[in-house]
Unconditional design. Structure first.
Length: 209
């Protein structure tokens, strides 16, 4: 199967997003609040960003998918710099009259956006029909959300002290893990609503087998 070269028009937007994310990562690594927490938080960012960069020419996602994925990469990187409980987000917390910092809820909601590219990949590759791809995207996000809460608990126990508390980010809420998983799920449902409307599996962008 032959493929057409990816035009500069199609590469410009993903490249701009990649440079923006990289710039935020560099900024985040300059004098972070807790270097140990920053390192632990930045690892998942790199584990998602690097494969996207390496596989871009083999499978370019839609611009919508790249936009959605970049939201979490940026939010999580900002949280890594300040720690999620201490991100300057007072304007929103005061708006809803909340005592806790809700920046982490936005980041969890944004990780749900990855249901969109998961569904896009499966449907554009022809591995399953779009409805099943969407269902797989939803359940994948829910599973990852639960797994990440376990990792947070594990790291907090091992690190201990202030670093463990800041990485956990529960801010005294005993239901923090459950609310985080709900935010992940709601973000996934939101992105899948966009998937159903935009139908990116009809994207004519050529991909290599």
């Amino acid at each position: 199967m032959t493929t057409k070269p990816i035009s500069s028009l199609s590469t410009g937007f993903p490249l701009m997003l990649a440079l923006l994310v990289i710039a935020v990562i560099v900024w985040s690594g300059i004098n972070p609040a807790f270097p140990q927490v920053w390192l632990a938080e930045i690892i998942p960012v790199l584990l998602l960003l690097l494969p996207l960069l390496v596989t871009y020419r083999r499978f370019p996602f839609s611009h919508t998918a790249y936009s959605l994925m970049s939201v979490w990469l940026i939010l999580h990187t900002i949280g890594a710099h300040y720690t999620f409980a201490n991100v300057p987000f007072d304007w929103f917390n005061q708006l809803i009259d909340a005592e806790r910092n809700h920046f982490d809820r936005f980041a969890h909601f944004a990780i749900g956006f990855y249901a969109f590219p998961i569904a896009e990949f499966l449907s554009r590759k022809g591995y399953c029909p779009p409805w099943l791809a969407a269902l797989f995207g939803l359940t994948t996000i829910m599973a990852v959300a639960a797994g990440y809460e376990i990792i947070e608990w594990w790291y907090a126990v091992l690190a201990g002290g202030d670093a463990g508390i800041e990485f956990l980010g529960s801010q005294g809420d005993i239901w923090d893990a459950q609310k985080d998983m709900l935010a992940d799920t709601l973000g996934a449902l939101t992105s899948l609503a966009a998937f159903a409307i935009l139908k990116p599996y009809r994207n004519p962008t050529p991909i290599k087998p």
